[in-house]
Ligand binder design. Structure first.
Ligand SMILES: [Ca+2]
Length: 326
C-alpha cells in the first residue's frame, strides 16, 4: 500500500479516530473562498473524520481579532444551500452544516449518508515554488474520487477529470487553467472546483458491500449533482429487488448550463451488485449531445428502512372469556 498520511487515513479511519485541522482561518470573503471551504468539508468527511478543529470564521461573519464570531453573526456557510443568483446554480439540497454534523464519527454501519464526489487530485507541478516549498513535494493531495461508501466502477474509457484550479497564472509548466470548458463559472460555483464528464454511454457505481450488499432498503432518497449542459435527457438506473430488473429515473436536462440537483421520490433500493460489472447504480446516456458532467451521487438513508412482512390478519374472531361468578 501507499504510505502517505492520507493513504494511512484512508485505510484506518474507521479503526483510529481522525481529526482534521484547516491550514487557514478563512476570513469571510469571496466566492472562491466559499468553494474552498465546501471542498474542504467534503475532504474531511471523505476521510471519515471524528471531528475538525475549525475556527469560527469557517462558519460566521464578522469575527473579532481573536477569530470569535461577533453578535449577531451571519452564518456564512448557509450560502452553500442557497441558490446562487450569479451562476444560476442550485443550492445544496439539505442544510449543509447539519449534513456535516450527522456524519462526524460515523462508520459504514452507522452512516446514513452514502455518496461519491467525482474528482482527481491536482497533478504535481514541478518546479513550482508556490506549492513545493511548504509541503516538500507532498502537494498532490487525496488521490481520486471522494468515496464515501460509494465508488465509481472502473470503466474504459474513464470519465474525464475537469478541474478549474484558479489563482495561479497558467504557464507551460503549470497547465491548470481557470476556465474549464463545460464547467459553469469556475470561481463563483462551489461545485465547479472538480468534476468528471462521462466518456462512454454507461457509468457504474458500487455501494459498499460490507454493510449493504443484499439489503433491500425502502424509503431511499437518491440525489445527483450534474451540469445542465445539454437539453437531452440521461438516466439513473437502479434495482429494487434481487431479480435485478433495471429501474430507470429520468434526468430532465434543459441546457441552462448551470449546476442542478436531481432528487428522487422515496424509492426501494436493492444493493446486490445486480447491474453490469457488479454495479448497484448506473448512469446511462446514449444520446448525441454533451455527455453528463457529474459532481456527486448521493444516497440519503436517513428515512430508510428494511421492508417488513405484513402479518396476516386472523380469520377467526377471538371470543372473550365468560366471567364466572364464584
Ligand atoms: Ca455493492
Amino acid at each position: 500500500m501507499d504510505c502517505g498520511s492520507l493513504e494511512l487515513i484512508k485505510r484506518y479511519a474507521e479503526i483510529l479516530p481522525v481529526k482534521f485541522e484547516p491550514v487557514t482561518g478563512f476570513p469571510s470573503g469571496n466566492n472562491s473562498e466559499l468553494q474552498w471551504r465546501y471542498w474542504s468539508w467534503l475532504l474531511a468527511l471523505n476521510a471519515r473524520v471524528d471531528f475538525v478543529d475549525v475556527q469560527d470564521p469557517w462558519f460566521c461573519s464578522p469575527t473579532d481579532g481573536n477569530d470569535i464570531c461577533t453578535t449577531p453573526p451571519t452564518l456564512t456557510l448557509n450560502a452553500v444551500q442557497t441558490p446562487n443568483p450569479a451562476t444560476g446554480d442550485a443550492g445544496f439540497p439539505v442544510h449543509f452544516s447539519d449534513w456535516i454534523e450527522r456524519q462526524l464519527g460515523k462508520t459504514a454501519a452507522t452512516n446514513d449518508q452514502l455518496w461519491v464526489v467525482l474528482r482527481e487530485t491536482d497533478p504535481i507541478v514541478t518546479p513550482n515554488p508556490t506549492r513545493d516549498t511548504y509541503c516538500n513535494g507532498f502537494c498532490s493531495g487525496w488521490p481520486g474520487d471522494f468515496e464515501h461508501y460509494i465508488k465509481v466502477i472502473a470503466t474504459s474509457p474513464a470519465p474525464l477529470h475537469l478541474s478549474a484550479f484558479c489563482g495561479i497564472t497558467p504557464t507551460a509548466s503549470n497547465p491548470l487553467p481557470c476556465n474549464t470548458p463545460g464547467l459553469p463559472f469556475p470561481v463563483a460555483s462551489i461545485y465547479s472546483r472538480h468534476a468528471k464528464q462521462m466518456q462512454s454511454a454507461l457509468l457504474g457505481f458500487d455501494v459498499v458491500d460490507t454493510v449493504h450488499a443484499g439489503r433491500q432498503l425502502s424509503n431511499v432518497t437518491l440525489r445527483l449533482a450534474y451540469v445542465d449542459n445539454d437539453p437531452s435527457d440521461f438516466y439513473i438506473i437502479y434495482t429494487s429487488d434481487a431479480d435485478g430488473t433495471p429501474q430507470p429515473l429520468t434526468i430532465n436536462r434543459q441546457g441552462t448550463g448551470a449546476w442542478r440537483w436531481y432528487t428522487s421520490a422515496p424509492l426501494t433500493l436493492f444493493a446486490g451488485n445486480r447491474l453490469d460489472n457488479g454495479a448497484d447504480i448506473q448512469i446511462k446516456y446514449t444520446g448525441s449531445g454533451a455527455k453528463p458532467i457529474l459532481h456527486m451521487l448521493w444516497l440519503d438513508l436517513r428515512n430508510a428502512g428494511t421492508p417488513t412482512v405484513t402479518p396476516t390478519a386472523p380469520t377467526n374472531t377471538p371470543t372473550a372469556p365468560t366471567p364466572t361468578r364464584t
